[in-house]
Unconditional design. Structure first.
Length: 349
C-alpha cells in the first residue's frame, strides 16, 4: 500500500478505531484518549497516510497561514528581506501567519495541507520547486510572472522592469553618456529576462549599442568589480555602467576608482593622452535596485527604488483578497517604482 492509496478508513481499520475517531486523533480534536491518539498517529505514519488537503480545507475553512517562497539567494539580499517583512505585516492584518518555505521547496501536496495560499517571489523557470508549488491546489500569487510551464493559473503582482531600465538608460544619456553598459543578471526570472532584452532593444531603438555583460543574479560586489574592470579595460569608450543585482554596486565603484575614472561625469572615455595611452575620464554609475549599498555609497548612486516592503505588502494583499473572495485567482496587479537620481550620475541628491 502506497501513500497515494492509503485512506483515512485504512488507518482507522488498522488502528482498530472508527473513522471519526481516527480523524479526531490525527487533527488533535475531539475527546480521544492520549494512548489512542498516539496509536492512530503511529499507524498513519507506518502506512504512509497523507490527509486529503482539499477535504481538510472544506472541513476547516482556513489553516490560518500562507507560505512564502523566496529565491535561494534571498537571505543575503536586502531587497528580499524588506519584501518579506512587508508581506508578513500585510498577512497579519488579515489574521494570517506567514510560513517561510525552504529554498528547495517541498511537495505541493504537503505544503497545501499546511497553508491556505502561497506567495512565490521571482520564480525561476529553472527552479524545480516552483511547478509543484504552483500546482499545490491552493491559490498562488507570484511576485513577477513565472515564465516556465504551469499547470494551474496564478495571480501576480508585476513591475514594469523594461520601463525602469529604459528610464536609467535615458537618464544617463541625458547626462552625457554615449556608450552605456549594463551588468544584467543571469537566470530565467521575469526580471532578469526583461533587463537583458531591454538593454538590447533600447540600443537598437536609439542607434547606440549597449555593452551588455551578464553577471550572477545575486552578484557580490567582488563579482561586479571583476566584471567592471574587465569591461572598462576591454572597452574604454564606456562612459556609463548600470549595475542590476542588489547590493553589488560598490564593486563597480571600486573598479572605476582603481582605473582612474571620475564618477559622476560622462564623456571622453577612450581618448588618448600625450604618450598615446588611454586617458581615463568620466563615468556615470547607476543601479537597477536601490538600497543601503546605493544610498550609502560615495558618491551616492542613482538607482531604481522598487519599494520592496510595499511590493511584499502588495503580493500578500492580493493573496488575502483572493482567499477572501475579493479578487479572482488569476488577477494581475501593477506595482510602481521610482527613479532616485543622485551624484553618481551628476544629479543632485
Amino acid at each position: 500500500m502506497t501513500s497515494r492509496t492509503v485512506t483515512l478508513l485504512d488507518v482507522a481499520r488498522a488502528a482498530g478505531v472508527s473513522k471519526s475517531t481516527a480523524s479526531d486523533a490525527l487533527q488533535g480534536s475531539g475527546r480521544v484518549a492520549e494512548a489512542t491518539r498516539d496509536r492512530v498517529r503511529a499507524v498513519a505514519d507506518e502506512l504512509g497516510y497523507r490527509p486529503n488537503s482539499a477535504a481538510r480545507r472544506l472541513r476547516r475553512a482556513s489553516t490560518g497561514a500562507v507560505g512564502l517562497h523566496l529565491p535561494a539567494t534571498a537571505t543575503r539580499l536586502d531587497y528580499y528581506m524588506n519584501l518579506a517583512f512587508g508581506a508578513v505585516e500585510r498577512a497579519q492584518e488579515d489574521g494570517l501567519d506567514m510560513v517561510l518555505l525552504a529554498p528547495s521547496g517541498a511537495a505541493g501536496g504537503r505544503i497545501a495541507s499546511r497553508v491556505d495560499g502561497l506567495l512565490v517571489i521571482d520564480p525561476e523557470a529553472g527552479d524545480s520547486a516552483v511547478p509543484g508549488l504552483l500546482d499545490a491546489g491552493v491559490p498562488v500569487v507570484t511576485g513577477e510572472r513565472y515564465l516556465g510551464p504551469a499547470a494551474a493559473p496564478s495571480a501576480a503582482v508585476v513591475c514594469d522592469n523594461a520601463a525602469s531600465l529604459t528610464a536609467l538608460l535615458d537618464h544617463v544619456t541625458e547626462r552625457g553618456a554615449r556608450r552605456p553598459a549594463v551588468l544584467a543578471p543571469s537566470g530565467s526570472s521575469a526580471w532578469a529576462t526583461a533587463l537583458r532584452a531591454t538593454a538590447r532593444s533600447w540600443g537598437l531603438a536609439h542607434g547606440m549599442e549597449v555593452a551588455l555583460r551578464t553577471v550572477p543574479f545575486a552578484a557580490t560586489p567582488a563579482e561586479a568589480e571583476e566584471t567592471t574592470r574587465a569591461l572598462l579595460t576591454a572597452d574604454p569608450a564606456v562612459d556609463a555602467v548600470i549595475c542590476a543585482p542588489d547590493g553589488s554596486t560598490p564593486g563597480v565603484l571600486r573598479a572605476a576608482t582603481a582605473l582612474g575614472h571620475e564618477v559622476g561625469t560622462a564623456g571622453g572615455g577612450g581618448t588618448t593622452d600625450e604618450s598615446g595611452g588611454i586617458a581615463r575620464s568620466g563615468l556615470l554609475i547607476a543601479s537597477c535596485v536601490d538600497g543601503p549599498a546605493t544610498r550609502g555609497a560615495e558618491p551616492p548612486v542613482t538607482a531604481v527604488d522598487l519599494r520592496p516592503a510595499a511590493y511584499g505588502r502588495a503580493c500578500a494583499e492580493l493573496l488575502c483578497d483572493i482567499l477572501a473572495g475579493r479578487a479572482a485567482p488569476d488577477t494581475v496587479r501593477r506595482h510602481a517604482w521610482s527613479l532616485e537620481t543622485r551624484a553618481s550620475t551628476g544629479s543632485p541628491g
